[in-house]
Ligand binder design. Structure first.
Ligand code: SAM
Length: 302
């Protein structure tokens, strides 16, 4: 319960008390919202939304629907990736004026592959209070049911570049990381992504979590090659999280240095093609990657 000394005089507007009895101080509240199932919203998020003077959001129609489902009526202002920098000044001024400001994206946690970062940085710069109201995030929801035994480590990469070359370079960089890679991707690009994973990473276990918390929630598990065959790409719709599980100890221990050493040793006795095949089978890393390194080694030697 609030302490007596905190109760303002009768002429002042009533302070807002959260469920926990904490006073909601003026500041920017970064509120996570459902990623599909409307019931996935915390009591505290509803408290703060009810207490807000203004709710800034990516799309006023989307957040408006959420608020009306919970009987909350608020002033909504659009604030998306194009406007958040511009909006920052008025939001900071409002906080200085004692206002409670909420920022929400369309779904999930703001700032996680979503707008919010520039606004939040501007508020920090201005020494305004910034406070998280945690809740759903598709990446965490997918990881929570992955049942990954090898390691609890994961690396969130969000959306990768749409161009295959740039994507492949990233896969190559993280090839030997002993952690699950967590990616967001549009359904129409899944097939292309799977074939890049197949080419660069090889037969690693993949989980695709589709439409989490929604009616048609579905999980696919298999190697990239198996999933390309299993998924009906023409009808593959909805939102997805892609998890690339860590390789075996053997695979992850094969960094560039170790590949180069093995290639140098193999190429002393074998042809380049034979050496690539041998190191690829020893390491479990695709021939394409090993071949690229072998060419580089050859170039350095000549
Ligand atoms: N900020 C959000 C979060 O915390 O998860 C992510 C927003 S990002 C613009 C949208 C992407 O998140 C989608 O393209 C998809 O990859 C993933 N996503 C969001 N909701 C999802 C769901 N219900 N099921 C699977 N993936 C989802």
């Amino acid at each position: 319960m609030p302490e007596l000394s905190q109760v303002p005089d009768a002429k002042q507007p009533l302070p807002i008390w959260g469920q926990s009895g904490q006073r909601v101080k003026p500041g920017l509240y970064v509120v996570a919202t459902p990623i599909g199932n409307l019931r996935d919203i915390t009591l505290r998020a509803l408290d703060i939304l009810s207490a807000a003077d203004v709710v800034y959001c990516e799309d006023t129609r989307v957040t408006g629907r959420l608020l009306s489902a919970y009987g909350i009526s608020k002033k909504l202002e659009r604030c998306d990736e194009h406007t958040e920098k511009r909006r920052a000044d008025e939001i900071i001024a409002a906080i200085r004026d004692g206002k409670i400001i909420v920022f929400a994206s369309d779904a999930g946690t703001p700032g996680i592959s979503d707008p919010g970062t520039a606004l939040i940085a501007a508020c920090h710069q201005a020494n305004a209070l910034v406070s998280p109201v945690p809740g759903p995030s598709a990446a965490i929801a997918a990881m929570s049911v992955a049942g990954v035994e090898q390691t609890g480590n994961f690396l969130f990469l969000g959306f990768l570049p749409p161009k295959s070359g740039a994507r492949r370079r990233i896969f190559h960089d993280y090839l030997s990381l002993d952690a699950t890679l967590v990616l967001y991707e549009a359904p129409q690009r899944i097939k292309e992504m799977l074939s890049d994973i197949h080419e660069i990473i090889g037969p690693r276990e993949i989980i695709i979590a589709r439409e989490l918390t929604k009616l048609h929630e579905q999980f696919y598990r298999g190697t990239p090659e198996e999933l390309v065959l299993e998924i009906d790409h023409a009808n593959f719709k909805g939102e997805v999280v892609v998890l690339i599980l860590p390789g075996t100890e053997n695979e992850t221990a094969w960094n560039d240095e170790k590949i180069d050493q093995a290639l140098t040793a193999a190429m002393a006795d074998l042809s380049l093609k034979e050496a690539v095949a041998q190191v690829s089978s020893q390491s479990g890393i695709s021939r394409k990657i090993i071949y690229a390194r072998a060419l580089q080694l050859n170039r350095h030697e000549t």
